[in-house]
Design a protein around this ligand. Structure first.
Ligand SMILES: NC(=O)c1ccc[n+]([C@@H]2O[C@H](COP(=O)([O-])OP(=O)(O)OC[C@H]3O[C@@H](n4cnc5c(N)ncnc54)[C@H](OP(=O)(O)O)[C@@H]3O)[C@@H](O)[C@H]2O)c1
Length: 329
């Protein structure tokens, strides 16, 4: 039986999610990789325990995380049962639906049919009565917005989710969703998007400021650009890395000489600040006041612990921020 570190809340920083009552850890843990059928269960369990022991109360999942789809939720369901039964109310668990999950016309996208069935499946795999947060994982251009949004309202009314959120939605649809949900007395808690040193789209497209203006939190996924924004690939592609083991979303051809130059340039700025590139990459995201949390991935407890250094990063000087902008270009 797992007994959590009694000092687990000492170091983590908690940030208010938009104008809600919810505090999320500045660093959250994602289950996209490292929690599927290809990873050792003991390693996955060690990562989850290390996270909780470090004050990471927010675990981010989706119906399709694995591989195979559903495997990550199933594994967390097992860990919740074995290790975290007495800690459920200390955890904030999210899941999502709308990416491809099962065969046929109802296995994907954002119809009421898919979203309702998918959430029921997720709850069974997670062995939970409710999730804290349920997301529509992507915008569906072929389903009426009101159908998707009313489904989000209804899952809250049914008690299957406490809050709802959207991920990767375009600006205009996001604005409509905030308004619709507010009018139906359901809180859109958070927008999940990719913001990192290599990808500032949520900033330039206005997603970040729109969320803040609406009292909605923002949480950044892939904050380390899947490991590129670390020292992982500076000397080739390690055999145990994501790029070598599971190149579905991170390919060797993304590691161009130009990208490597930018990684080295950013690494030099981080070194001048007395921290690792990973730590600077996370703290750069967190220095945006609109951001609630970053969702890191980790393939070992050691990586996770190294990334927690971002909690104690020094504040950025204007000069450092300008230097970072120059390297990013
Ligand atoms: N909403 C969406 O559509 C969406 C999309 C993507 C992700 N997400 C969410 O965001 C979460 C995080 O995504 P991500 O895994 O791409 O995040 P990430 O933090 O950018 O990348 C994590 C990977 O970077 C490497 N890494 C981490 N710390 C390191 C360190 N200190 N030194 C060297 N390498 C390090 C590890 O790869 P190795 O395996 O090589 O060790 C790790 O698995 C997901 O789990 C998911 O919850 C959401």
């Amino acid at each position: 039986m797992f007994t959590a570190n009694s000092n687990r809340y000492a170091e983590m920083k908690y940030r208010r999610c938009g104008q809600s009552g919810v505090l999320l850890p500045a660093i959250s843990l994602g289950f996209w990789h490292n929690f599927g059928n290809v990873t050792s269960e003991e390693q996955s369990r060690a990562i989850v325990r290390a996270a909780f022991d470090s004050g990471i109360t927010h675990f981010d999942l989706a119906n399709n995380y694995g591989p195979d789809p559903g495997a990550a939720e199933k594994l967390l369901g097992k860990f919740l049962h074995d290790d975290f039964r007495t800690y459920r109310d200390e955890l904030f668990i999210s899941t999502k639906a709308a990416y491809d999950m099962w065969d046929g016309p109802y296995g994907s996208w954002a119809s009421r049919k898919h979203m309702m069935a998918s959430l029921d499946q997720s709850l069974r795999r997670l062995r939970l009565d409710y999730v804290d947060l349920f997301y529509c994982h992507r915008f569906d251009p072929n389903t009426p917005l009101e159908e998707t949004l009313q489904t989000l309202v209804d899952v809250v009314r049914q008690g299957k989710a406490l809050y709802v959120g959207i991920s990767r939605w375009p600006l205009e649809a996001a604005g409509i969703s905030y308004q619709y949900l507010r009018q139906h007395d359901v809180q859109c808690l958070i927008y999940q998007g990719r913001l990192n040193l290599f990808d500032q789209a949520p900033k330039s497209e206005g997603i970040l400021s729109q969320a803040a203006e609406n009292g909605i939190g923002f949480i950044s996924f892939s904050p380390l650009a899947q490991g590129l924004l670390t020292d992982r690939y500076l000397n080739g592609i390690p055999a145990d890395s994501r790029m070598a083991r599971d190149p579905r979303f991170l390919h060797a051809d993304m590691l161009t000489p130009q990208v490597l130059d930018r990684i080295r340039g950013l690494g030099e700025i981080a070194a001048r600040r007395g921290e690792s590139l990973a730590s600077m990459a996370l703290s750069w995201i967190l220095h945006h006041k609109e951001v609630t949390s970053v969702i890191i991935g980790a393939s070992s407890p050691e990586q996770l612990h190294r990334n927690l250094a971002a909690l104690n990063s020094p504040a950025f000087t204007d000069e450092e921020l300008q230097d970072i902008e120059k390297v990013k270009e």
